[in-house]
Design a binder for this molecule. Structure first.
Ligand code: NAD
Length: 254
């Protein structure tokens, strides 16, 4: 039980990677605040599974691209669970469009969820940790696209590049006050976010050809590293991005 007695908030945890992290944390002894934006029934299923392993779950609706929602989400999670020890900024989305066709609304949605949400949910949690002089651990779910180009996804790359530097900057600014900040850069993980590519045999084959470990990732592959980074085992780790990508980032075709 590596998170025994801990309390965690995982944004966007009604499905995909966030869901798996929330369930993994609960199985390791944590109470979890499950955040969703649209589908209450998915969040309720996650909460039932958390309660099924004997932990507390609280379900909180919030759109992390709205700063007012970020503050309310953290206030409600803190109050319902009594405090927080761990924050996982997982909520994310992408919009595919050639650069010349990206609208301001799409830019705002992508930056708002992936970068601004990560910034202001973290700020709301960190303010409480500082006020109560508590240590804490933040895990940001970035992407290999904090490093790799992704034509047709300029705003997403800009957002995840921002998450990379936010992770490093907060690690340095907050390290002296007992707060560790790390990130995970997943590669191709099978979830709804990339279903259009992974469900298409040609798209899937093209993806696999660039993955040295020769399989797509699963949400559990990311949850395993999130668990490590959230736990005391990572006590001396801050400011790092862990790539969970089957070797994809360093694959180079001659
Ligand atoms: P997903 O679409 O299955 O899940 C995304 C979650 O974020 C959903 O629960 C969704 O409701 C939530 N969300 C989206 N916008 C939100 C908002 N404004 N407010 C609150 N919640 C919001 O996708 P996933 O693959 O599980 O993605 C999780 C994270 O992993 C994202 O940050 C994504 O960028 C990152 N990621 C995924 C992959 C991959 O291959 N699946 C690769 C790299 C990075």
């Amino acid at each position: 039980m590596r998170l025994s007695g801990k309390k965690a908030l995982v944004t966007g945890s009604s499905r995909g990677i966030g869901r798996e992290i929330a369930l993994r944390f609960a199985r390791e002894g944590a109470d979890v605040a499950v955040n969703y934006r649209g589908h209450a029934e998915e969040a309720e299923a996650v909460a039932r599974a958390i309660e099924g392993v004997g932990r507390r779950a609280v379900i909180l609706r919030a759109d992390v691209s709205r700063t007012g929602d970020c503050e309310r989400l953290v206030a409600e999670a803190w109050q319902a669970l009594g405090s927080l020890d761990i924050l996982v900024n997982n909520a994310g989305m992408e919009v595919q469009a050639p650069f010349e066709a990206v609208t301001e609304a799409d830019f705002d949605r992508v930056i708002g969820t992936n970068l601004k949400g990560t910034f202001f949910v973290s700020q709301a949690v960190v303010r409480r940790w500082l006020k109560h002089e508590r240590p804490g651990r933040i895990v940001n779910i970035s992407s290999v696209h904090e490093e790799l180009s992704f034509p047709g996804h300029a705003a997403y790359c800009a957002a995840k590049g921002g998450v990379r530097m936010l992770t490093r900057d907060l690690a340095v600014e907050l390290g002296g006050r007992g707060i560790a900040v790390n990130a995970i850069a997943p590669g191709a993980i099978e979830t709804d976010i990339n279903r259009d590519v992974t469900a298409d045999p040609k798209g899937r084959a093209q993806l696999l050809a660039r993955i040295p470990l020769q399989r797509l990732g699963q949400p559990g592959d990311v949850a395993a590293i999130a668990l490590f980074l959230a736990s005391d085992e990572a006590a001396y780790v801050t400011g790092s991005t862990y790539f969970v990508d089957g070797g994809m980032t360093w694959f180079h075709q001659e």
